[in-house]
Design a protein around this ligand. Structure first.
Ligand SMILES: [Zn+2]
Length: 480
C-alpha cells in the first residue's frame, strides 16, 4: 500500500491529548495534562476523517479488525499547524543569519527572489516539507516571495506540498516597490498587473488541489504601492479570499508607515479595509493596547514566531494580552531570513520560554497554552478550526504519534513532555487527511536522502546564479 491511500487505523498512545474544548480552570501546580487527555487512548481514522476518540480498550473492542499504529507507550497529538513560513527561502538557509531583517531583505531576498523558479520552489518545498512532517507539522501557512516576473514560481510550492502530502495554505507575497527607505522615493520592482496575475494563477492552481488552498499575500504593507494594496482589498472582497501578511514586526515599520501615511500600519490596514478581510498577520510585536483591541475587533489571526523574533532581536509579541482579548494566536517557524530551521517543536518550546523570561514569571504561559497555540489556536488563526487542530469526531484525520525515543520516554505529564522534551526523533507516525506520510520515524511521501541529494546542487546553483556566492553568503562557490 502506498502512502497515497488512506488507511483505516487506530492510533494508540499511553496518552491522547485531544486539545478539544477550552480549559475552564487552570492549576499550575498540578500536571497540565488534566484537560482533554485520555490515558491509554486511541483515535480511530477512516476515509480521512476522525470517527472515534476514546479509550483504546473501547475502540479496539468496537473495531477489532482495524490495524493499530502505536504500541501504547507514546503520546498522540493533533497535527501541528505551522502558521507562518516562507518556502521561497527553503534553499537559502544559513545565508546572512546575523543580518537585520531590513539588511536581509535588501542583500539576500532581492537577489534570491529574482533567481527563483517553479522548479526550485517545488524542490525546496519538498525538502522543507520533510523537515516539517518530521517535527509533527500537518498544515503549513506559507508566503512565497519572488520577483522573477512571469515565472509563476510560487505555483511550484503547491506541487511540492502535494508531493509531500502536507496540508497547506499558499500565498504570493511579492512587493511591487522597494518601500523601506524613508529618505528616497520608492522604486518599482514589479508591475501591479504582474503581481495580480500571479495571485490569480496561484488561486486557480489551488482550485484543483485537494489539500492546498489560497490566500492573497502581502509581504509587507510598506513594500506595496497604494494601488496594489487597494487591489488586494477589492479582489479579496469580491472573491472571499483571506490575506496573509506581516504586521508590526520591527520598530522601523512604524516610523516608515508614519512617514508615508501619517499613521501606523495597523491603523492604515484598518483605514483601507484590509482588516475587514479574513487576515492572518505574522508577528504583531510592536503593537499598542488599542491596536490589540483593533485586531480583536476585526478577528485578525496572529502568527507568533518566537525563534525568528529572538534570532532577529525583533522584540516580544504580547501573546498573553492578545489571547486574553480573544485574538487567535498560532505559532510559526518563519523562514530562513529569521529561522534556519523548520523544526516546529523548537518553535513550540520557544513560545513558552520567551514569554516566561520576558515576564520573569514561569506561570505566564504553560505547556498547555503553547500546545494549544500550536494546534487549535493556529487552526483558528487560519479559519480552519472546524476541520483541523484537535482530535474530535468529524475533523480531518491530521494526527501525530510521538513514541520510541528517550525524549518522550518519561510521561509524568505528557503535555509538558511534548512541549519541553520532544524533538523530531520522537515523531514516529504522522497522518495528514488520513494518509500515513510518516511511518517508523521515516517520511514515506518524500525519500529524505534522495531529496537532500537533489537539492544540494540546486542550492549551489541558486547561490551562484543569484550572485550570493560571489558576495560571500555561500561557501558553495563553484561546487556544482
Ligand atoms: Zn515572515
Amino acid at each position: 500500500m502506498t502512502w497515497m491511500q488512506r488507511t483505516e487505523v487506530l492510533v494508540r498512545g499511553a496518552f491522547v491529548i485531544t486539545m478539544a474544548g477550552c480549559r475552564d480552570a487552570r492549576s499550575h501546580t498540578a500536571p497540565a495534562a488534566t484537560h482533554g487527555v485520555i490515558a491509554d487512548g486511541a483515535v480511530h481514522l477512516r476515509d480521512g476523517e476522525i470517527i472515534n476518540v476514546g479509550s483504546f480498550a473501547e475502540l479496539a473492542a468496537a473495531a477489532p479488525e482495524v490495524q493499530v499504529v502505536g504500541d501504547g507507550t507514546g503520546v498522540v497529538i493533533p497535527g501541528l499547524v505551522n502558521t507562518h513560513t516562507h518556502l521561497s527561502e527553503a534553499l537559502a538557509t544559513g545565508m546572512g543569519s546575523e543580518l537585520s531583517l531590513f539588511e536581509w531583505g535588501t542583500r539576500i531576498i532581492g537577489p534570491l527572489s529574482a533567481a527563483l523558479s517553479a522548479e526550485l520552489a517545488r524542490e525546496g518545498t519538498a525538502l522543507r516539507a520533510v523537515e516539517m512532517l518530521l517535527s509533527g507539522v500537518t498544515c503549513v501557512n506559507d508566503m512565497f516571495v519572488h520577483t522573477a516576473e512571469g515565472s509563476l514560481a510560487s505555483l511550484g510550492v503547491v506541487d511540492g506540498l502535494e508531493a509531500a502530502g502536507l496540508r497547506g495554505i499558499v500565498s504570493y507575497g511579492a512587493e511591487d516597490i522597494t518601500g523601506l527607505d524613508a529618505t528616497g522615493d520608492p522604486q518599482r520592482v514589479l508591475e501591479v498587473a504582474a503581481v495580480v496575475a500571479e495571485q490569480y494563477a496561484l488561486a486557480q492552481r489551488c482550485e484543483s488541489s485537494e489539500l492546498v488552498s489560497f490566500r492573497w499575500g502581502i509581504g509587507t504593507l510598506l513594500g506595496q504601492s497604494d494601488e496594489l494594496l487597494s487591489e488586494a482589498v477589492s479582489q479579496c472582497s469580491s472573491h472571499g479570499w483571506g490575506v496573509h501578511t506581516h504586521l508590526a514586526e520591527v520598530r522601523e515599520e512604524l516610523v516608515l508607515a508614519n512617514a508615508r501615511w501619517g499613521r501606523r500600519t495597523i491603523a492604515h490596514a484598518e483605514n483601507i479595509g484590509l482588516l475587514d478581510q479574513p487576515l492572518v498577520a505574522g508577528h504583531a510585536i510592536w503593537i499598542s493596547e488599542a491596536e490589540i483591541d483593533t485586531l480583536a475587533t476585526h478577528q485578525v489571526g496572529v502568527a507568533h514566531n518566537p525563534v525568528a523574533n529572538m534570532i532577529l532581536g525583533s522584540g516580544v509579541c504580547p501573546v498573553t494580552a492578545l489571547r486574553h482579548r480573544g485574538v487567535a494566536v498560532g505559532i510559526g517557524t518563519d523562514g530562513a531570513a529569521s529561522n534556519d530551521s523548520q523544526d516546529m517543536l523548537q518553535a513550540v518550546k520557544s513560545a513558552a520560554l520567551l514569554q516566561k523570561v520576558n515576564a520573569r514569571d514561569p506561570w505566564v504561559m504553560d505547556a498547555y497554552d503553547a500546545l494549544e497555540m500550536a494546534t487549535i489556536g493556529g487552526a483558528r488563526a487560519l479559519g480552519l478550526d472546524d476541520r483541523i487542530g484537535s482530535l474530535e469526531v468529524g475533523k480531518r484525520a491530521d494526527v501525530v504519534l510521538l513514541q520510541d525515543s528517550v525524549d518522550i520516554a518519561v510521561l509524568h505529564d505528557p503535555v509538558s513532555q511534548v512541549v519541553y522534551g520532544a524533538s523530531p526523533r520522537a515523531v514516529a507516525a504522522v497522518f495528514v487527511d488520513g494518509r500515513q506520510v510518516v511511518a517508523d520515524h521515516r517520511c514515506r511521501s518524500i525519500e529524505e536522502a534522495e531529496q537532500v541529494a537533489r537539492c544540494r546542487p540546486l542550492a549551489a546553483a541558486l547561490a551562484a546564479e543569484s550572485g550570493l556566492a560571489r558576495d560571500g553568503f555561500s561557501l558553495y562557490r563553484g561546487q556544482l
